[in-house]
Design a protein. Sequence first.
Length: 620
Amino acid sequence: MCGICGINWRDAELTRAMTSAMTHRGPDQEGIFHDDHVSLGHRRLSIIDLSDHARQPMHNEDGTVHLVCNGEIYNFQALRDQLKAKGHEFSSHSDSEVIVHAYEEYGTECLRHLRGMFAFAIWDANTRTLLIARDRIGIKPLYYHYADKRLTFASEIKALLVNSAVPRELDHQAMADYLGFEFVPAPDTMFAGIHKLPAGHFALLRQGQLVVEPYWDLRFTPQTTLSYQAAAERQMELLDDAVSSHLVSDVPLGVFLSGGLDSSALVAMMRRHHAGNLKTFTIGYRDRSFSEVEYAKQVADYFGTDHTVLHIDGIKPEYVEQALWHLDEPMTDLSAVPLMLVCRAARQHVTVCLSGEGGDESYAGYDRFKASRINRYYACLPRILRHGLVQRLVNRLPDQPRKKGALNLLKRFIEGSCLPSDGEHLRWQYFLNPALRTALFNRRFKDRIDERPFRQIAAMARNCTATDTVNREIYLDMRFMMTDSVLMKVDKMSMASALEVRVPLLDHVLVEFIASLPGNWKLRGLKTKAMLRTGLTGLLPDNIVHRGKQGYSLPVKHLLRNELKDYMVELLNDSSMLRENFNMEYINTLIKEHTGMVHNHNHILWALINAAIWHNRFIR
C-alpha cells in the first residue's frame, strides 16, 4: 500500500514535494523517476517483498516502461508464472511488478487480468503514453487535474495542491451534492477543476490529449443453472478463496471485528487458514445502542482471537479536524473518526487489517433496501393521506436518544418516502429535502447549481443491466454510493496511520457471482443478506447469523448537544464560506432545534461542520 503521484513534464523538485505530502501513506521508502517527458513519485508501505528490489518506481527489462502503483494484486503469483512462461524476466517477488510485464504483454487489456485493489500509473517511453488506472470497484483512490495539456495526478488531493497551477476553489455544485449525499459523487470533488478517476476506468494521455474510458462495469447476467442452496455453497467457496488470497503478506496481519455479520464472516474464514494468533480489533461506546462490543467479544471468544477493544468515550475537535485533513474533502460518514482512531490503535500491532466493507452493498444489507420494499405498499395510500396526515403527524414526534428505535426509523422512512422517486432506494440516504434546500441556500448559491437532487442517480441507472428491483438497487449502491463514501473513508482513515486495509467481500470475482443471482435471494421479504446468512449458518453462532445491522457510527447527535456544542456554534458562525453561500439565521435555527431536542438535525449540522473545517484548512 502506497501513495503515488506524477506529472507529464520534467520537474523532480515538484514531484518530490508531492510525494512528501503523502509520507503517511508510505513511510518506508520514497522513489522518484523522471525523464524529459514525465515525472513519477512513490511513497512505499512495504507489505510483499520487503527488499529494495521491490521499491518503486519500477521498470521493465530495458527501462522503457515505468510503474508506480498503490494497492495489492492478489493473483500476482499465477499471473507471474504465466508471464514468465511468455518470456518476461522479473527482478523482484513484488506483486506490483506483474503489472509492468502484463502491460508489456497486453497493453491496456492488462487491467482485465488483474485481481485486486489498485491505482497505478505507467509511463511507456516507446509510445510516449501515460496510463493511469483504478481498480474495478474503486477501493483505491486516484485524483487528477488536467488543463492546458498538463496532467497532475496523485493518490490524495493534498499532493495535487503542492502544484501551484492546481486551483484551490470551491465547486458549488459539489457542495450541494455533498450536503445531500454526505459525499461528493465521482468524477467531481469539492475542488473546482480536480476530478476523481471513476472506479473501473483508465485514462490515457498521449500528445497532450487526455481520454478517460471505462474498462469494467457490474453486469447482472442471470445464473440459471444453480439452485438457491447450490448458489449459497458456491458463494462460500468464492468467499473462502477471496479471504485466502487476501492473507498473503510479509508483515503482521489482523481483522476489524464489529460483531456484525460481515466482519464475523471474515474471522470465520480467516480461522480456516490462520491457526496461530489472530488479532481482532473493535470499537465501543458508552451508549449501548451505538455499540456492538458484546457481539464482537462473543465472536472473538468463539474463534479464540487476540481481541482488542478501543473504548471511545468522547471526541475531541482535533480528531474531527485530523480526519478532514486526511479525507481531503468533506465526507461525513459518522464512522470516519472512530475508524481513524481504531486504525491508529491497530497499527501498533499490525500493518494489514481485513475489513468487511462491501457486504451490505452486494447483498442488500442496508435498511434502505427494506424501506424501498415497504414503500411499494405505503405508496398505494392516497397522496393526501401520506403527505397531509401521516407526514405531519410523524414530523411532530420528538427525537429519541437511541441510535435507531421504532420511532426514529419511522421518521426516517417517512422523510425518504416524500422525496422524488427517481432517487430510488438512495433517497433514504439523502439528507437535503426540498424545504431544507429552500431555507438553507441563499440566492447567489442557488444560481450556481443544478437543484435536481438525483440527476446523477438517474444517469447511473441507465447503465444497469439488472431486470429486478433489488439488483437494480444493488447496482446503484455499488457503483454510485459505495466507492466515494465507504471506500474513500476506509482508504483515507487507514492510510493516515500507514495501515493497509483489505476488503475480501469486494473481490470482483465474488461480487460478479453475487450479481448473477436473483435479487429476491438476497432480500427475502424484509430479511437482508438472506443468501449470505444461509451460507454462514453453522459457521457462526446463530444470534450473529440472524442479527440486524447496527454499525459503529459515532453518536454525533449526542455530541452536538453536549461536548461539541460550543465548538459547533463558534465554527459555523465564524465560517466565511457558510456566510457567503447559506442562510446563517436558518443554520442557527437548526442548531437551536437540535440542541433543544426539538428535532434531530445531526446529519446536516455535521455536514456543515465538516464543510467549514475543510474550507478553513484547504481554501481559506
